[in-house]
Design a protein around this ligand. Structure first.
Ligand code: PGA
Length: 249
């Protein structure tokens, strides 16, 4: 098994004061059961706080939830890949379902964001996943394959780029519904074989995470499923005690 990745996506929760308290509570008690990497994706305003708290570690890193594709300029409210890196981000989420479905982010924009991250050697985690109506219409495979291919289509030297994929069925995010370990495995296997078409055996090194209502009670089962290399956790990652249990799964 690859080094498991346990990733916390706080979304718009925990400001700098809460982030500081979270990080000290978590790091004081975190006893990694083995070889794993923990990623914390806080809101951008917390990045410096989380990066400072994890500066001495290689197994707990800070990430950013979103970037703009441009290097700089008149884009009010946005943060570039280089700025995120400068503030301590060591990875960026691209195309999270809330970015796609609340803010209207397209596959083409995701592709530009992956390119922007790769250009400054900021690893990225591309999120893909189908909506409930797409699942019910039997379109799951087509949707996730399109998001995968289009999202990665602009990244130069994909074969050597540092990236991960997160499969997050939209209907499972924040709903308490989770894909079964078998269903998650089936999609992850498809993703892996598509990646093999693109980058050959390097595909075996690309972590594929599952996300969508992961909790302390279902984390172990999902993590044990074939081709599930890690978990991306929203609601259950916002509070340190709950996150500690999952990170130590
Ligand atoms: P959830 O969110 O764990 O609250 O379902 C997951 C995510 O959106 O990354």
């Amino acid at each position: 098994m690859k080094r498991p990745i346990l990733a916390a996506n706080w979304k718009m929760n925990n400001g700098p004061t809460a982030a500081k308290a979270f990080m000290s509570a978590f790091l004081e008690n975190y006893q990694p059961p083995g070889d794993r990497t923990v990623i914390i994706f806080p809101p951008a305003v917390d990045l410096i706080t989380v990066a400072a708290a994890t500066a001495a570690r290689t197994d707990v890193i800070a990430g950013i939830q979103n970037i703009h594709w441009a290097e700089k300029g008149a884009f009010t409210g946005e943060v570039s890949a280089m700025m995120a890196k400068d503030a301590g981000a060591r990875i960026v989420l691209v195309g999270h379902s809330e970015r796609r479905h609340v803010f209207g982010e397209t596959d083409a924009q995701c592709a530009k964001k992956c390119l922007a991250a790769a250009k400054v050697q900021l690893p990225f985690m591309l999120c893909i996943g189908e909506k409930i109506e797409q699942r019910e219409a039997g379109e799951t495979e087509a949707v996730v394959m399109r998001q995968l291919r289009e999202g990665l289509s602009q990244t130069p030297n994909l074969i050597s780029a540092e990236f991960m994929i997160a499969y997050e069925p939209v209907w499972a995010i924040g709903t308490g519904l989770t894909a079964s370990a078998t269903d998650a495995s089936a999609i992850h296997t498809l993703v892996r074989s598509e990646l093999k078409q693109m980058i050959g055996t390097r595909a075996n090194e690309i972590p594929i995470l599952y996300g969508g209502s992961v909790s302390a009670s279902n984390a172990a089962g999902l993590l044990a499923a074939p081709e599930v290399d890690g978990l991306l956790v929203g609601g259950a990652s916002v509070e340190a005690t709950s996150w500690l249990t999952i990170a130590q799964t």
